[in-house]
Design a protein around this ligand. Structure first.
Ligand code: OGA
Ligand code: NI
Length: 340
């Protein structure tokens, strides 16, 4: 396996291979302003119509929102974050024993991106990825160390998965799509990505993750308290996503952009590093199974709003996503209908 950043970064200056070209370098990093611009939606409220409206507006304007009073217990969130941090704090050898380095396996560990061997420069991140559903089948592939990983993370993914269904139901009502639309293949293959960004010697020159859109319906992200890193691209500017204790950051992915026939936008975002502390995050990707067709929902397509995207199996979309990676225009060309 390529050397995980966590296993060699200590005391080193930034290697040349991590220095990004000027166009994508973050450059000067501003001290984050504490006013949170990304909307925060209180899911505990009783006015469902108002909640739906807030979600839809945030999804259209930013492609991002945060949720509070979401029903996932705070102690479970804390336990899960602790176990994710403990995983990445283990020795490289221990981590390697727990997972595969084969990206086609059910549980794997990699550094930088899926294209380490061919990419021109690397990114400052290690990631653990595994599938979550059905739990009885997937759990056997998850790390056995830390010893409570399976126990805690199975409870966590079960709760976050329920939250995902709730959010998609609200979105479906807002779009005018049947709530059942999302209850089958489109959400059948959720995936956990446990990201780890060690302290970085020069955060102005490199990134944890470059600008991208998630190849999913939605991502439900857990950040650590007090640690900034996630930024959203809007109106040619980068906006920090404030870490709010026990909140989840939700973003719209490219697949939901397709299903909504462009009514919701897959949000562009990136991750900057920091020189003081390691930062760990957990993405819960709400994802289709490989054979599921992704296409604009029929009720959103009519004479005045023709289909912008063609229909294709998720696996074809995902393979194209992996090879086009940073160049989303290339991906856009691939998924668009020729007439649109
Ligand atoms: C991702 C992602 C953000 C973060 O996993 O796709 O954008 O802050 N993560 O780790
Ligand atoms: Ni992302």
């Amino acid at each position: 396996m390529e050397q995980l950043v966590a296993s060699w970064h200590n005391g080193r200056s930034l290697p040349e291979t991590y220095v990004l070209p000027l166009e994508i370098r973050p450059g000067k990093l501003y001290v984050p302003v504490s006013t949170n611009i990304i909307p925060v939606v209180d899911l505990g409220g009783h006015d469902e119509t108002a909640i739906i409206q807030q979600i839809l507006e945030a999804s259209q304007e930013f492609g991002f929102f945060q949720v509070i009073n979401h029903g996932v217990p705070s102690n479970l969130i804390d336990e899960a974050m602790n176990v994710f941090k403990e995983f990445h704090a283990m020795s490289a050898k221990d981590k390697a024993i727990q997972c595969s380095n084969d990206l086609n396996k059910n549980c794997f560990l990699y550094t930088s991106s899926h294209r380490y061997a061919t990419e021109k420069y690397h990114f400052w991140r290690d990631s653990l990825t595994h599938f979550c559903h059905p739990l009885e089948k997937q759990i056997q592939f998850w790390p056995e160390k830390p010893t409570r990983y399976r126990n805690v993370v199975s409870k966590y993914t079960t709760e976050v998965s329920k939250l995902g269904s709730t959010i998609l139901e609200l979105i479906s009502k807002g779009l005018g799509v049947s709530p059942e639309h999302f209850s089958n293949g489109l959400t059948e293959n959720p995936k956990m990505i446990v990201n780890h960004y060690p302290p970085c010697p020069d955060p102005t020159l490199t990134l944890g993750v470059p600008k991208h859109r998630d190849p999913v319906l939605i991502n439900i992200l857990l950040q650590e308290e007090d640690l900034y890193g996630l930024q959203v691209f809007k109106d040619e500017e980068w906006i920090d996503v404030e870490p709010i204790p026990h909140a989840f950051v939700v973003n719209i992915g490219y697949v939901l952009q397709i299903i909504s026939n462009g009514k919701l936008k897959g949000a562009e975002h990136r991750v900057v590093t920091n020189s003081n502390s390691a930062r760990t995050t957990a993405s819960f990707f709400v994802n289709p199974s490989d054979e599921t067709l992704i296409e604009p929902a029929k009720v959103l397509v009519n004479a005045s709003s023709p289909a912008l995207y063609r229909s294709l199996p998720y696996k074809d979309f995902h393979s194209k996503f992996l090879v086009t990676s940073a160049d989303w225009k290339e991906l856009e060309k691939f998924v668009r209908t020729t007439s649109a």
